[in-house]
Design a protein around this ligand. Structure first.
Ligand code: NOJ
Length: 577
């Protein structure tokens, strides 16, 4: 099963461990070799901040209650000021919208509800002026059942597109070909009476899987990417990239001890990588980036998506953070450590349109704004590329449906009441405190949570202590601070159960990040001497402390509950000698 239903838990508060400050020597020259791995010739996507736009919910220019491309274009100024370098737009192609665009019926056009291809070109050109690149969503695994390819495929056993999808006879007793289960519930096989066979769908019934073993499918789908490169897109986020291939023998999947199916024969097959290497070649010829929706069980599996020769995805998403639904310094430290030791370029994500918002997942109900800043300080100061989710920067919260009849998401319909679906994290962007949060003058397609009165762009722009302004400062820092751009990662105070602290080092400077993940004030010792910055002088860059953040030669720093302290540390003259 994929991980669409993330549980909301409370922050952990634990004990604390210290280590003392010792005036430092300069080990940096020997130990910072890793820092030279990254340099100013890095490709654009390495240091870009990506921002996911869910087009239905971002901005509605024609007031029909659904966001659109012209709406996005009208907000480019905001995105530019925020410090976003690229937007990933979730599918806006023609679609019956059974899975809100992830059921594509025409890959080379724009759904009229979002505008036209001309609107897209306009958006792309406007964005280019603001130095914002556009990344499209490439739904590779399946089409809509209304796509002309599938309509032809299901029309007869001998149709031209029959083998573009996966058709099989049922078992002798009339049961589906095997025990595979759809991610949306029920069998992954649906019987089609017209031709008397079953078709396979990893996801919803209306999302038949393409047969990637058929070269014609690859040719057509690669052609789709070329079409969009021709329209100026800078790359793709590859949807469900781990599910492209299935076992040719269609063997039954094993069932785990917990009774859940292990998708051994229809997930993460080796053949995926072969196709990705070829897709990468096409991308390279356009200098484009491929981002993967790579749900993996561990870093080893994730590592494979980069390709043994760096010839698959440049940015496979690391979803491990999204499985830590508790504020736990050791858990985050561990995940960061594993990612770092993989030797690959990390891609950090804390939420998206498939999981409850980070504001709710990490918030304790009382300090959510503080915690939202804390989480931002974490994933935006790490080495790697971050992918933000719209509204995260203003502390948008989930607004789950209260009644089954209000649910729109197919996953919520089948999963109710245990799984209320994903509507809650897809509500309209909160632009101001006016009617419908300034999203539309029509009826918003999903209800807006009451928090829009306080958590909206206009209000937060005016408040220097808002989550939004914290994000803006962070992104500004990320773009200009050499250590944040090019520095390596060094974990500090590694046994601390509550405070996550680390250095990002680059040449003779470093950025110190200290994040108190507990609800208690914590004294954090700072011994930077083993890392070459022992007598370094700290200059605060950004903090959420109630008092003026400390500066100078620090031996420790006192952190309020859930607070963040970020400081520049420069090698003192003595330590450079
Ligand atoms: C992953 C997408 O993020 C999700 O929203 C969608 O339902 C599935 N893939 C199927 O396309």
């Amino acid at each position: 099963m994929r991980k669409f239903s993330v549980k909301i838990l409370c922050p952990v508060v634990g004990a604390f461990l210290l280590s003392g400050f010792i005036a430092g020597s300069s080990l940096y020259a020997q130990s910072a070799a890793g820092a030279s791995m990254h340099n100013k010739n890095d490709p654009w996507w390495r240091h870009a901040v990506f921002y996911e736009v869910y087009p239905r919910s971002f901005a509605d220019s024609n007031n029909d209650g659904i966001g659109d491309l012209n709406g996005i274009a009208s907000k480019l100024g905001y995105l530019h000021e925020l410090g976003v370098d690229a937007i990933w737009i979730t599918p806006c192609y023609p679609s019956p919208q059974k899975d809100f665009g992830y059921d594509v019926s025409d890959y080379e056009n724009i759904d009229p509800m979002y505008g036209t291809l001309t609107d897209f070109d306009h958006l792309e050109q406007q964005a280019r002026k603001d130095n914002i690149r556009i990344v499209m969503d490439f739904v590779m695994n399946h089409t809509s059942d209304q796509h002309p390819w599938f309509l032809d495929s299901r029309s007869s056993r001998t149709s031209a597109h029959r083998d573009w999808y996966i058709w099989r006879d049922g078992k002798a007793d009339g049961q589906p070909p095997n025990n595979w289960i759809s991610d949306f519930g029920g069998s992954a096989w649906t019987f089609d009476a017209k031709t008397g066979q079953y078709y396979y769908h990893y996801f919803e019934v209306a999302q038949p899987d393409l047969n990637w073993r058929n070269p014609a499918v690859e040719k057509a789908m690669f052609g789709v990417t070329r079409f969009w490169y021709g329209h100026g897109v800078a790359g793709f986020r590859l949807d469900a990239v781990d599910t492209l291939f299935e076992d040719p023998l269609l063997r039954n999947n094993p069932i785990g001890k917990d009774g859940e199916m292990i998708n051994k024969y229809n997930d993460n097959l080796e053949e995926n990588h072969v196709v990705l290497r070829r897709l990468r070649k096409v991308a390279d010829s356009y200098d484009a980036v491929l981002i993967g929706e790579t749900w993996t069980d561990n870093i080893q599996q994730l590592k494979q998506y980069y390709g043994a020769n760096d010839d698959e995805l440049q940015l496979p998403m690391n979803f491990m953070f999204t499985t830590i639904n508790v504020l736990s310094a050791p858990k985050f430290r561990r995940q960061i450590g594993m990612m770092e030791s993989s030797g690959e370029w990390p891609v950090w994500v804390i939420s998206n349109h498939d999981m409850p918002r980070s504001y709710d997942r990490y918030g304790d109900g009382k300090h959510n704004d503080q915690i939202a800043k804390l989480m931002a300080a974490l994933y935006l100061t790490l080495r790697g590329t971050p992918i933000m989710y719209y509204g995260e920067e203003i502390g948008m919260e989930n607004n789950d449906p209260k009644r089954r009849q209000d649910v729109l998401d197919p996953l919520g319909k089948t999963g109710w009441p245990k799984n209320k679906g994903r509507d809650g994290e897809r509500t309209p962007m909160q632009w101001n405190a006016e009617k419908n949060a300034g999203f539309t003058t029509g009826k918003p397609w999903l209800p807006i949570p009451p928090s829009y009165r306080t958590h909206n762009v206009a209000t937060e722009m005016r408040d220097p202590n808002s989550i939004l302004n914290f994000y803006r400062h962070l992104l500004e820092l990320r773009h200009h601070n050499q250590a944040l751009l090019y520095g390596d990662y060094v974990a500090l105070n590694q046994n601390d159960p509550d405070v996550l602290s680390y250095l990002r080092r680059y040449r003779n400077q470093a950025v110190l990040v200290v994040l108190n993940m507990s609800g208690e004030t914590r004294q954090v010792p700072l011994d930077l001497s083993p890392y070459g910055f022992g007598s370094g002088k700290a200059t605060p860059l950004l903090s959420t402390l109630a008092i003026a953040p400390p500066s100078g030669h620090l031996t420790r720093v006192s952190l309020d509950p859930y607070s963040a302290y970020i400081a520049q540390v420069d090698l003192s003259e003595s330590s450079q000698r």
